[in-house]
Design a protein around this ligand. Sequence first.
Ligand SMILES: [Zn+2]
Ligand SMILES: [Zn+2]
Length: 147
Amino acid sequence: MAPKHLPANTALQAAALLAATGARLTRARIEVLAALLRADEALTHHEVERRLRRGQDVDRVTLYRVLEWLTEQGLVHKVSGEDRIWRFSAAGHRPARGSGHAHFECSSCGKVICLDQTRLPSIPLPAGYRRRDVEVMIKGSCDQCAA
Ligand SMILES: [Zn+2]
Ligand SMILES: [Zn+2]
């Protein structure tokens, strides 16, 4: 068995995750999810587009739709960096609700990664307040920029 973070075949893994939703399997859904599973950082639309396998190009409108759909399905989550551009990640996904992990953004290269090994503590709110989202972004330098 390959370790979970080194999938032997991300297209197969993507197909299995999609099949579990009961939704229709399309080539675009499989390719986009596979590209996110292969990535070790959260990717913008543009970065996903560039990382699709050669010959597996997906037009831009389809790509936007597929990314939103994957997010709605809880297979992917999105996070925005300081530039307010959405980045998508397939790491640490779990069915919506309390998406529970922090992110790290490199202030030099703009890379955003999921810190999904650690769950966020639950922070109590004043009486009557309701939580909608929790976003924790740690900023600093990534290993490459700090070197
Ligand atoms: Zn960096
Ligand atoms: Zn994340």
